[in-house]
Design a protein around this ligand. Structure first.
Ligand code: EPZ
Length: 418
């Protein structure tokens, strides 16, 4: 097994290049099932979740090869089954995109209930509601979801929850359906727009991604082509917070600053200097971190996936901060680990009440989930002494060589086997 050993107290300085977006990649890769040709997907992040979804497709018969570290050539015309391998599917949340893509292309999908980080129940009722509105029947057989359709017809679907997964999954099912599908009250995250752009680049007719209503006019077929994935907004935000947390000076490169607005605004409020350029943002930390209140919301609100990183930062702010989780029922498991480092945080329902302490003190902690793990790394970078972080599988699912990027910024962080 491996752990990260962090010796805190170093100011991060320099430049960091941000990888392609995980939550776009894990939808765009299975979307290739819909394509009658070869897809060349660029700026694919080198992370575990990507390798798992590629392996799932390969086991189902797809032909996949990396032309270089970040460019994936994928041909799903050789798929020989509509059943996804259960053990692999359980390793990640985004395997639910196989449902929409297989249903859209073959009118049949058998996919085990997906895994991923646990934040309380993670229902997929809105995905299923969308498939059923288009004429599919969906039933659960053990832990397998079985979806079938004679034909898929365009329909009007109003989402009861603003769901990233349901929005993208219904888009996938609709691009080859007969007629027009209108999805209302959709999520507007940058990765929704990225999936729509990918599908349109392959010949789909998807309009309105990034607004509250998406209209998809079904087309007969999608042809192959090339597409480059957007930069990862959450990886960028993680490095921005780490720069502010250590009083450093970091240029976060290869990003879309517009996607970072809510994060940049909060970092300015805590006293960091944030300067936007065309495709990068510089963050210079201040001596003192001011307390702030945060509520996570669907995009363009403050992202839930940045909540643990900010709570880690605010644990040493001067004064009291309130952080309210507005997306998930239970996304505070990692706070028990922050308490081991000396943070003073009380959780009541969906709100964390943070009383800033003078400093954190290094200790052994674990990554309870992907972003909780990122929060632990930031806490370790700020803490006095040594912090050891275990359960790195979570971090590796979504961050590409995280410790190497931090090392290049001057952090004292190493990965060791034990
Ligand atoms: C995506 O999860 C991301 N994962 C999550 O990022 C992210 O936290 C989340 O969106 C919100 O931004 C991927 O893209 C793979 P949702 P997803 O459907 O799609 C409720 C990370 O750290 N809901 O938008 O599964 C649900 O319970 C991960 O990178 C329903 O009620 O989230 C939640 O309260 C963690 N019924 C809310 O909607 C449904 O059918 C948002 O969930 C679907 C969702």
């Amino acid at each position: 097994m491996e752990k990260l050993v962090v010796k805190g107290g170093k100011k991060l300085c320099g430049e960091v290049n941000i990888s392609g977006a995980k939550n776009a990649a894990v939808a765009i890769i299975p979307a290739a099932i819909l394509v009658d040709g070869v897809c060349t997907i660029e700026n694919v992040p080198d992370i575990k979740d990507v390798h798992v979804i590629v392996q799932i497709l390969e086991e189902m018969g797809a032909t996949a090869r990396f032309l270089d570290r970040y460019t994936l050539e994928l041909d799903c015309r050789t798929l020989h089954t509509q059943t996804a391998p259960g053990e692999m599917v359980r390793k990640m949340r985004a395997s639910y995109y196989l449902l929409g893509a297989l249903l859209g292309r073959y009118h049949a999908a058998n996919v085990t209930m997906p895994g991923g980080c646990y934040f309380g129940p993670r229902p997929i009722d809105q995905h299923i509601k969308g498939f059923e509105a288009m004429g599919a029947t969906v039933r659960q057989d053990g832990d397998m979801i079985v979806a079938r359709a004679e034909t898929l017809r365009g329909s009007s679907i109003y989402l009861d929850a603003v769901s990233v997964g349901a929005t993208m999954n219904i888009m996938l099912a609709a691009v080859l359906a007969e007629g027009t599908t209108v999805i209302e009250n959709v999520a507007k995250e940058p990765h929704i727009v990225d999936l729509a752009n990918f599908l349109n680049a392959m010949g789909a007719n998807v309009k309105g991604a990034g607004t509250d209503v998406i209209r998809i006019r079904g087309v007969k077929k999608l042809a192959g082509g090339s597409y480059s994935i957007i930069p990862d907004q959450i990886e960028a935000g993680t490095f921005m917070v780490a720069a502010a947390a250590t009083g450093g000076d970091v240029l976060v490169k290869n990003i879309i600053p517009k996607h970072m607005e809510s994060v940049s605004a909060k970092l300015s409020e805590i006293g960091a200097m944030v300067t936007e350029y065309d495709d990068s943002i510089r963050v210079v930390g201040s001596e003192k971190i001011a307390s702030v209140n945060i509520k996570t919301l669907p995009y363009p609100g403050f992202p839930t996936d940045m909540q643990p990183q900010f709570v880690a930062l605010l644990s040493v702010a001067s004064g009291n901060s309130l952080v309210t989780e507005g997306v998930w029922d239970n996304r505070f498991q990692y706070i028990g680990e922050l308490l081991r480092l000396g943070a003073r945080i009380r959780v009541d329902g969906k709100t964390a009440f943070i009383t800033g302490v003078d400093h954190l003190e290094g200790a052994p902690v674990c990554a309870t989930d992907l972003r909780g793990g990122a929060g632990m790394v930031i806490a370790g970078l700020m803490a006095h002494g040594q912090t050891e972080i275990t359960d790195l599988d979570h971090i590796d699912r979504g961050y590409e060589k995280m410790e190497e990027k931090f090392q290049a910024l001057g952090a004292d962080i190493v990965r060791v086997s034990y």
